[in-house]
Write a protein that binds this ligand. Structure first.
Ligand code: ADP
Length: 232
């Protein structure tokens, strides 16, 4: 569970009021107009940005001030891989930053590469594989890190529609298998319809609490209708 009650974030020229309670084990899409604060919300949850008021509560406890101590993995649109390391080592980094792994940990890397379908590319470098395969490296790293919360910031925006669906399918499968709590920023409402059980909508300086995806798409909320391009 991720909870922020009466949270307020302030930076130069931008404020965000936050009241959210994301149940554990749910796939939640984060929607809202460009510049509304979607990435900022993920940064607050992961600990890279700090609230002016209120606290981030994870599983009933105050979240550690240190991002690395939070039980969270992240995937971005890019910057997920290191070009000088091969695929295998890019995944191994998720277990050990110095890449010294024992036999059990090495087996975990192989299992993760196999699970996401890139075991045959283990010795290649990121420059020698496709964009979709590079994102599979990031997903394999999430598997070896084995954290209960996964934050994704427009992870598949650069991929072709077919590949995007493949990736969303893979993430939803893993979410169910591992009972992950997933927050995924997307500018594609269809991705939310396809993959998410819940939606957090952000607009006009306010993060609204998550509601079921079907409820969101039936909503008569003016800002949501405007965002979705529906007539009001
Ligand atoms: P979204 O992800 O919804 O597009 P962001 O969270 O990236 O929105 O941005 C929220 C607000 O914070 C915007 O008004 C943006 O201009 C501002 N902002 C984002 N990054 C920075 C930054 N590095 N410095 C100052 N303002 C920023």
């Amino acid at each position: 569970m991720i909870k922020i009650e009466n949270g307020r974030y302030e930076t130069k020229g931008f404020t965000l009021d936050i009241n959210v309670n994301v149940p554990a084990g749910k796939f939640c899409a984060v929607l809202g107009p460009s510049g509304a604060g979607k990435s900022t919300l993920l940064s607050i949850i992961s600990g890279f940005e700090v609230l002016k008021q209120g606290e981030v509560i994870i599983d009933g406890k105050l979240a550690s001030p240190s991002p690395s101590a939070r039980p969270i993995s992240m995937i971005f649109q890019d910057h997920n891989v290191f070009a000088h390391l091969d695929v295998w080592n890019n995944v191994a980094l998720g277990i050990s930053p110095n890449l010294k792994l024992n036999d059990e940990q090495k087996s975990e890397v192989v299992a993760a590469l196999t699970r996401v379908g890139i075991a045959h590319l283990a010795k290649r470098h990121p420059g020698e594989i496709s964009g979709g395969e590079r994102q599979r490296i990031a997903i394999a790293r999430v598997l070896v890190r084995n954290k209960p919360i996964l934050l994704l910031d427009e992870p598949f925006a650069a991929l072709d529609p077919g590949l995007r669906i493949d990736m969303l399918n893979l993430i939803t499968e893993l979410q169910r298998e591992k009972n992950l709590t997933v927050l995924m920023v997307t500018h594609q409402p269809d991705d939310a319809k396809f993959a998410a059980q819940k939606v957090i909508f952000i607009s006009d300086g306010e993060v609204q609490n998550c509601i079921s995806t079907s409820e969101f798409f039936r909503s008569k909320n003016f800002a949501a209708l405007k965002y979705l391009g529906k007539r009001t």
